[in-house]
Design a protein around this ligand. Structure first.
Ligand code: SF4
Length: 367
């Protein structure tokens, strides 16, 4: 089903200068010698896994890719270089404090054309409380440096529902972010995961009511400035959607390399080991799920409905020989009447309200 056209590659760099109190990503404290060995294992995995050298999107995430010292950062870019020649979108995640002029110049030289900056809050006291080591002034500086060096496609990540952040403070965060003239903004609601400092400190995640209100405020402020709410947690200026992330939401295949990375290749969804010593010894995929037709159908509904492209009912019919609208007419009509879904040009599309209860809608459609 997915044998051809793997056009996207995700690369995981798990190192961070310090560990944030809420973080549940696959990450490790940065140590030069480990990072250096890691890059060798990564190069080996890339060579063995990625057969298409004409990729359209590349995304280097983490962790914090910019935590690598300059020579290792350069090595990373050189390792990825053979795959990036035709990339339309080449993104690197960065923390504001480690985004130096040197690194930006290297990115530009190697074709990186999009940077995603972890801001999380624009209030310096809140940043300190969650063990982030930058200030909003670092964010401004990073953004200026990127633009000075010709990288203008910039995403800012914000976290919603952090402790002691009121709706009023969130409004201020969005206005601060808007003052930077971004092309893309991502806002994720805080989840308190086990084994995090937040969990140990018994921090409570935001209530559903708070999250709803937070998303509503973000949405209205960003829309006023011409942003499109194109995915549950993502807003962009016209034509600035993350092409890489659209691959995931369109349920298309992609390579994933690096510690804990996930991929979807030749009908198999896999997740690499999160055990560093195993990874360095060359053991990669730890979990594998062969995607059967029924699973593909569930993924198609679940992922396509996350964006305003929606679920193409004609394509669905072609793929699964089923008329979803006919089969679920009562449910779909109910959600259309309540303002959660709409059908435009044979695409089933969530409204803002629909995006806020997407899990429920998806469950009703796949049941
Ligand atoms: S910088 Fe990102 S990946 Fe690293 S600890 Fe903080 S949230 Fe986690």
């Amino acid at each position: 089903m997915t044998k051809n056209n793997i056009n996207s590659l995700y690369i995981h760099i798990p190192f961070c200068e310090s560990i944030c109190d809420y973080c549940d990503f696959t990450k490790l404290q940065y140590f030069r010698n480990i990072a250096s060995t890691y890059l060798e294992a990564l190069e080996k995995e890339l060579t063995e896994t990625v057969t298409n050298h004409d990729l359209l999107t590349i995304y280097i995430g983490g962790g914090t890719p910019t935590s690598l010292e300059d020579d290792l950062f350069l090595k990373l870019l050189q390792i990825v270089d053979p795959y990036s020649k035709k990339a339309k979108e080449y993104t690197i995640e960065a923390n504001p404090e480690s985004l130096s002029v040197n690194k930006i110049k290297m990115m530009k030289e190697y074709g990186v054309n999009r940077v995603s900056i972890g801001v999380e809050s624009t209030d310096d006291r809140i940043l300190k409380d969650i063990n982030r080591h930058h200030t909003f002034s670092d964010v401004k500086k990073a953004k200026e440096l990127l633009e000075l060096n010709g990288i203008n496609n910039i995403n800012f990540d914000l976290m919603l529902g952090l402790p002691n952040v009121s709706i009023k403070m969130l409004q201020k965060d969005i206005l601060n972010i808007l003052s930077l003239n971004p092309t893309h903004v991502s806002c994720y609601s805080l989840t308190v995961h086990e084994h995090t400092v937040f969990h140990i400190n018994k921090i409570t995640p935001p209530s559903d009511e708070f999250s709803y209100e937070a998303y509503r405020i973000v949405d209205s402020l960003l829309k006023k400035e011409g942003f499109i709410h194109y995915e549950v947690s993502n807003w962009c200026k016209p034509n600035k959607e993350s092409l890489h992330n659209l691959t995931y939401w369109r349920n298309e295949p992609y390579y994933g390399v690096g510690l804990g990375a996930s991929g979807y290749v030749n009908d198999v969804r896999y997740k690499n080991t999160t055990n560093l010593s195993m990874y360095l010894k060359g053991t990669n995929a730890q979990e594998k799920e062969v995607v059967k037709l029924k699973d593909l159908e569930i993924y198609q509904i679940m992922l396509n409905l996350r964006t305003i492209e929606g679920l193409d009912l004609e394509k669905y019919h072609r793929l699964f020989k089923k008329d979803l609208y006919k089969e679920k007419q009562q449910i779909i009509d109910g959600y259309i009447d309540s303002g959660h879904l709409k059908i435009v040009k044979n695409h089933l599309i969530p409204t803002f309200e629909g995006m806020m209860i997407l899990d429920k809608i998806t469950l009703d459609l796949i049941a």
